[in-house]
Design a protein around this ligand. Structure first.
Ligand SMILES: [Zn+2]
Ligand SMILES: [Zn+2]
Length: 253
């Protein structure tokens, strides 16, 4: 399994960090996780086979995670270098994704989504799982962030990758991420902010430690990152390997 970070940032415009987006490649599947500002061009910048994308997962409907959906579909319609008529694209997300897509059609026109290849829409309830790629599976869990927000776990050929999406602290999530080879976690704040449903550094370390994940990649920062300092802080609560996420970073899982 290979993960590439398309966007390690948030909604805040940042020259080095796009809004949220990831690309995961494994046997029989090429999956984009979230589609925030800057991530569509990043697919090409980092040399990823975006035209052969098989699945697109949207964790929730905040604009820093879903804001470039229309751009991506416009690229599938007009920006493909090779014809693709058979391999379908499965769009996966929480309940309400159909409403979001209908809204985009209303805003930009039906034709935007009339791609040459079939597009399937699959809305998942927390706890649901689907088969993906060759013998792989993808399952989702609820996160305390928005009404619909989901975290995701992908497993293929004995390897596992999890992504928090956006979330507040939750013990249940640690169980969902149990013993994953890699956890990509949002890490919004240095210190907890009451009433804001995001993780602070200590929460991230606790979730990763309780889940006993082998490796932790942190992203989605609402603060200026000092990599050495942040790594130390995370390592004081979690003994696995810590990676401070950056746009363009690729990691073998
Ligand atoms: Zn959010
Ligand atoms: Zn976010």
């Amino acid at each position: 399994m290979k993960l590439t970070i398309l966007g390690s940032g948030t909604v805040v415009p940042d020259g080095a960090r796009n809004s949220a987006g990831y690309f995961v490649e494994f046997s029989g599947a090429r999956v984009m996780l979230d589609c925030g500002a800057g991530t569509v061009h990043a697919l090409s910048r980092y040399g990823l086979p975006w035209e052969e994308m098989t699945h697109l997962f949207i964790s929730h409907f905040h604009v820093d995670h879903a804001g470039e959906l229309a751009s991506l579909f416009f690229a599938f319609k007009w920006g493909m270098r090779a014809s693709r008529t058979e391999t379908p694209l499965t769009l996966i997300g929480p309940q309400g994704l159909d409403r979001v897509m209908d809204g985009l059609k209303h805003a930009f026109g039906e034709r935007l989504f009339e791609t040459e290849f079939p597009v399937h829409l699959r809305m998942l309830a927390p706890g649901e799982r689907i088969e993906i790629g060759e013998g792989g599976r993808l399952c989702v869990a609820k996160t305390p962030h928005t009404e619909e927000s989901l975290a995701v776990r992908i497993e293929s050929q004995g390897r596992s990758l999890c992504y928090t999406g956006d979330t507040d602290y939750s013990e249940e999530l640690s169980r969902f991420f149990n013993k994953a080879d890699l956890l990509v976690s949002e890490c919004s704040f240095r210190e907890r902010r009451e009433g804001v449903a995001h993780l602070a550094v200590k929460d991230v370390a606790k979730i990763a430690a309780d889940a006993e994940v082998a490796r932790l990649v942190v992203t989605h920062f609402y603060f200026d990152v000092d990599e050495r300092e942040l790594k130390q802080e995370l390592e004081s609560g979690y003994s696995g390997e810590v990676v401070i996420g950056r746009d363009g970073m690729s990691i073998e899982v």
